[in-house]
Write a protein that binds this ligand. Structure first.
Ligand code: ADP
Ligand code: MG
Length: 717
């Protein structure tokens, strides 16, 4: 009978020949416990023996790969006390010397008789062929044209050839693999069968085999992720009861929109309509709002909260930082002054619409009072940080939740805010991302949400002019400013003279907040007596006490501070339309998304704005990032470039921790397959929502993603 993955997951690796206690311990060190774990330990790369050379054919100065046997290895110290391991090798015909510096373990690794593949540049030393610090792959006595190289672990005592040998045993003993995907689907997408895919990823006969195998296994990984997301989305829709907000006549919303000093953009109107019609449905809304910096997401959020208030419910807005929560509270309060809501049970028919703030700075007494009013329905809109989801925060009737997410909240936190009201009905949820992420990444990270896109900036914005200022580019003397730097500081001064404001973002110090604070303080002190002498400067960093932080932000907002010198604490959401210059020091240390966010702090009014990226562009990646920022102001385009440069690791980040099954798949390289896998998942769930007819897929979901939701649903079905 064909093997299922669940069966393989039930067999410990010790069942394999050659895996005794010691090797089992080694495997456990790399998280391989079962035969399934081993099977999905994929090769790091492949050696194509058809491209292997003989020592006699090697050309000086060129890189090449040779298969050799070690004849002698020895260690000595050089005059400047470096450890040098010298290894003589032969291909049976000619010999070659490999020299390793500061790799003392090579002598033990490359004992006489060891077979190895060396990859390096050929040099000649006293007429004799030699390689310095070549890449070494130990392949044992493996034959075949393509050799899979597995992640080896010297420390764990795990060798590539051991793994390869066990893999052959696994493949042989497993025989046929059960096929969870319909033959018609495999045909439609040109995918190979699972048996062949597992065989060829480990024991290929050509590099083309590897490609075909990889594609199928990538599809399986992506399909599992998409199935679990699509299934979860479907289940939330059918199983949880939402609030059917009245949406036909919306006095608050109409009044709010009419009262704005500008018309909504087409995109804002469209997205508000999407939210409105979702909210009118009995199923709870669960929607992601993607919009570029400055696209006007806040107004969409307020519109949503007002729809909830109109029907007599409450709204919550959760922001990632205290500064942002306070800013949102101030902004929303200002937007909603003069609004009245019904006030049943009191003497007056109406009372002012109440917007309140709850953060960790709220005192215990204030909090107690606030929570009482919240439970009694006397607070209409509550704005805050994580404090909103702490124990004891209970709403009278929570109807709408906006999460201003900026990648900082996890699935669990979202779930906490979605918790049902006393009557069992769950609120509608809108998640807003600060920085756009590519479509396929959104499908993976937020695949259980509907997506709205604000793809239009409010009119009348002059595009921000971005310049890359190379430090010391044309200066003769070390430490002296280049002409471009001088011009930049001049621009800051002239804008301030014209009544505008500026930001200076200080170098990022990854290793230590303390150093970062020190660097911000030093920059602040220095600017005050040099380039920006005579201007009113403010300083903001992670160690400034919250009260002082708010005080400084307040002074900056009121125009009492000309230039705000800050670390990335100002990165997200800070909105001071009068600020027109952004200077980012050491810009090559920041990521694309971060630079785009920072740049988005200016260009928020109708005035022309400037962004200066100060950096050396010393690394190719750093250069690529700065060039991208200069070239484009489109967050969606930058997100694609970012994914190309960085890969998805960071993007998936915390969010997917523990449920990331993507061992082979790459959201970047396999973009098309993300879309295809989602198509297939939607199709499967639409026809078979409980996956009754797809039992094998369902059990793989539970097995590999280990998702609570999934197992819960399996128990039920
Ligand atoms: P973000 O999407 O980055 O959160 P905000 O909601 O903070 O953007 O809006 C950015 C700025 O644009 C704010 O100052 C806001 O008042 C302004 N704004 C929003 N919508 C419009 C519009 N339709 N027309 C003109 N200005 C707008
Ligand atoms: Mg915002």
């Amino acid at each position: 009978m064909a093997r299922s993955l669940s069966q393989l997951a039930g067999i410990p690796v010790t069942e394999l020949k050659g895996v005794g206690e010691a090797k089992a311990r080694s495997l456990a060190a790399v998280e391989v416990h079962t035969v399934l774990d081993l099977l999905t330990l994929y090769p790091r790369r492949y050696i194509d023996r058809t491209r292997e050379a003989r020592i006699a054919d090697l050309v000086e100065g060129e890189e090449a790969m040779v298969l050799v046997r070690v004849t002698r290895a020895s260690t000595r110290r050089t005059r400047n006390r470096k450890v040098m391991v010298t290894v003589d090798v032969t291909d049976g015909d000619r010999s070659l010397r490999a020299t390793f510096f500061n790799q003392p373990w090579r002598e033990r690794q490359l004992g006489p008789g060891t077979n190895a593949i060396l990859f390096g540049k050929l040099e000649r030393f006293g007429g004799r062929p030699q390689m310095t610090n070549p890449v070494v792959d130990l392949v044992g006595d493996r034959t075949g044209r393509i050799i899979a190289v597995y992640p080896q672990s010297e420390k764990a005592g795990l060798m590539s050839w051991d793994i390869a040998r066990w893999m052959e045993e696994v493949l042989e003993r497993a025989g046929e693999f059960a096929e969870p995907v319909a033959a018609s689907t495999l045909r439609r997408y040109g995918l190979t069968g699972r048996t062949r895919a597992f065989r060829h990823i480990h024991v290929p006969e050509s590099m083309a085999d590897v490609e075909v195998a990889r594609r199928r296994l990538v599809f399986d990984e992506l399909l599992r992720v998409q199935l679990s997301l699509v299934e979860r989305k479907h289940r939330l829709e059918v199983e949880s009861r939402g609030i059917e907000h009245p949406v036909d006549v919306l006095h608050h919303l109409a009044r709010f929109v009419d009262g704005l000093p500008f018309p909504l953009t087409g995109a804002q109107r469209r997205v508000i309509d999407e939210v409105r019609s979702d909210m009118g449905r009995p199923q709870p809304m669960h929607r992601l709002l993607q919009g570029d910096v400055g696209a006007g997401k806040t107004l969409v959020a307020v519109a949503m909260l007002l729809i909830a208030v109109e029907g007599g419910h409450q709204g919550a807005l959760m922001a990632p930082t205290g500064v942002l929560a306070e800013q949102h509270a101030a902004g929303v309060t200002a937007l909603l002054t003069g609004f009245e809501v019904d006030s049943p049970g009191t003497l007056l028919p109406t009372r002012p619409l109440a917007v309140e703030l709850l953060t960790n700075r709220t005192t215990a007494a204030e909090r107690r009072k606030l929570l009482g009013r919240l439970a009694g329905g006397e607070v209409d809109i509550l704005i805050g940080t994580h404090a909103l989801i702490q124990e004891g925060v209970e709403f009278g009737s929570l109807g709408a939740v906006v999460i201003d997410e900026q990648h900082r909240f996890g699935v669990e936190q979202r779930a906490a805010l979605r918790a049902a009201n006393v009557d069992g009905r769950v609120p509608d949820v809108l998640v807003m991302t600060a920085t756009p992420i590519p479509r396929t990444a959104a499908m993976t990270v937020y695949g259980d949400l509907d997506v709205s896109v604000l793809d239009e900036l409010p009119p009348g914005r002059t595009p921000i002019r971005t310049e890359w200022v190379e430090v010391g580019a044309d200066s003769e003397v070390e430490g002296q400013e280049s002409a471009a730097e001088v011009a930049m500081w001049e621009k800051v001064r002239s804008e301030v003279a014209a009544g505008r404001q500026a930001y200076v973002v200080c170098p990022l110090v990854d290793e230590s907040e303390k150093l970062e604070v020190a660097s911000a303080e030093a920059t602040f002190e220095q600017l005050q007596v040099t380039e920006l002498a005579g201007l009113r400067l403010g300083l903001l960093h992670g160690r400034v006490a919250p009260a002082d932080k708010e005080e400084t932000m307040g002074r900056f907002r009121r125009g009492e501070v000309d230039v705000l010198v800050a670390t990335t604490v100002i990165e997200v959401g800070v909105d001071v339309p009068n600020a027109t210059v952004m200077v980012i020091l050491d810009a090559d240390r920041f990521g694309i998304a971060q630079l785009h966010q920072l740049r988005g702090r200016v260009g928020r009014g109708a005035d022309r704005s400037w962004c200066y990226l100060v950096g050396s562009g010393a690394t190719p990646d750093g250069r690529a990032r700065l060039e991208a920022l200069v070239r484009s102001t489109d967050g969606f385009e930058l997100a694609e470039i970012d994914l190309d440069l960085r890969g998805e690791g960071t993007l998936m980040g915390e969010r997917q921790k523990g449920r990331n099954d993507l061992k082979l798949a790459s959201l970047r390289r396999d973009r098309d397959w993300v879309v295809k896998a989602r198509e297939v998942a939607i199709d499967i769930v639409a026809n078979d929502p409980t996956l009754d007819a797809h039992a094998m897929l369902a059990s793989e979901l539970a097995l590999i993603l280990g998702d609570d939701d999934t197992s819960e649903f399996l128990l039920k079905s």
